[in-house]
Design a protein around this ligand. Structure first.
Ligand code: KG4
Ligand code: ZN
Length: 344
């Protein structure tokens, strides 16, 4: 029985998860409205709002689960990567609770959390099927776009973005078109009525043939179209531009992922992170894998974006991984880390 706490960005979240998959109670307090008028996350505002929200959020998650601190076996918390000031709020609260209630404290890597979200379900839902091992995982969010080869607890990064993250590209494109923050959901909604072939954007290629990602060229290509026009595109022109942008972004994600599936001779793919909410990405990746007799594993949208159930779900694997590498999971001097590669 693990209490998970997540405050790495603009969501204050707590959840109680049993056996690494069964979600007994959870709360996510989003700060989207706080940051919207600034067009992106303001780190100082994020930290201050975490301070206000964290205690009620933890209480609510426990009460939704019908449990008290005495029922917990451990407290798991996101240690990084993320905004350091934001991370510190969750980390300090988790350390205080672990100390006060004499529970082990498990520091969790935020992306390891995202990858564990595929196991989550509620009591009235069947457990989702486990991916066939080894598998390839695509973590795609506002801060990360990376592919991993996963075998048991061994996670090796096999591809990364060379510039922007995919979610960042959705957010920046939405911002330049005056569509607000976060960009992904509004871009997906407007793109539904657009023609994805209206603009053709080229897929980035690297001389060394690496299956790395790059989204800054795509963002600049959209910006060039916007600047050339006399006014911001509206109506059908806006929908066509967004559908074409989304098509190009998704094509790149699917292309690189399927390349890694072939390179590593795996069948299954785990898709996670906020951009995994995107319906076009989910459908096209699932189709690409089905054509190769493979299978896509992706959480429902509410567990793709930041949440604490995924952090609690990752606790077991993270605890044994860190013990294996000589870290003490109960170390109460633990600090937050802003930049922290997964699989290092
Ligand atoms: O995982 P997440 O909640 O936070 C990070 O760890 O970054 O991901 C947030 C990102 C944002 O960039 C947001 O625009 C993007 O996920 N996102 C989407 C969609 N929903 C959220 N991107 C594309 N399509 C969506 N439907
Ligand atoms: Zn995230």
């Amino acid at each position: 029985m693990v209490l998970g706490i997540e405050t790495s960005c603009d969501e204050t979240a707590a959840a109680v998860v049993r056996d690494g998959h069964l979600v007994l109670g959870e709360t996510v307090a989003t700060q989207i409205e706080v940051h919207r008028k600034w067009g992106g996350v303001v780190p100082e505002l994020a930290s201050r709002n975490h301070v206000v929200d964290i205690v009620p959020v933890v209480r609510e998650a426990l009460s939704a689960a019908g449990l008290g601190f005495a029922d917990l076996d451990a407290i798991a918390v996101t240690r990084g990567p993320g905004l350091v000031g934001a991370l510190l709020v969750g980390l300090q609260v988790a350390k205080a609770l672990a100390y006060a209630h004499d529970k082990p404290l498990v520091p969790v890597h935020h992306l390891a959390g995202h990858l564990h979200a595929v196991a989550l379900h509620r009591a009235d839902e069947p457990a989702p099927p486990a991916p066939a091992q080894p598998f390839v995982a695509l973590a795609v969010s506002g801060g990360h776009t990376a592919l991993y080869h996963v075998e048991g607890e061994r996670v090796v990064q096999v591809s990364n973005t060379r510039d922007d993250a995919a979610g960042e590209a959705f957010d920046k494109v939405a911002r330049m078109l005056g569509l607000g923050y976060p960009g992904g959901p509004v871009v997906e909604r407007l793109a539904r009525g657009g023609d994805p072939t209206a603009h053709r954007f080229t897929l980035p290629r690297f001389k060394d043939g690496a299956a790395d990602f790059s989204f800054s060229g795509l963002k600049t290509a959209v910006l060039t179209i916007v600047k050339r026009a006399e006014a911001l595109p509206e109506g059908q022109a806006l929908k066509d531009l967004l559908a074409s942008f989304q098509f190009a972004a998704v094509t790149q994600l699917v292309d690189r992922t399927l390349k890694m599936v072939e390179t590593h001779q795996v069948t299954d793919v785990v898709l996670a992170g906020g951009v995994a909410c995107n319906g076009v990405l989910r459908t096209r990746l699932a189709e690409g894998l089905a054509a190769r007799s493979g299978r896509l594993h992706v959480p429902p949208p509410h567990w793709c974006t930041d949440n604490a159930a995924m952090i609690a779900a990752a606790a077991d694997a993270e605890a044994s991984r860190r013990q294996g590498s000589g870290h003490d999971p109960a170390d109460r001097r633990l600090n937050a880390v802003g930049a922290w590669p997964l699989g290092a």
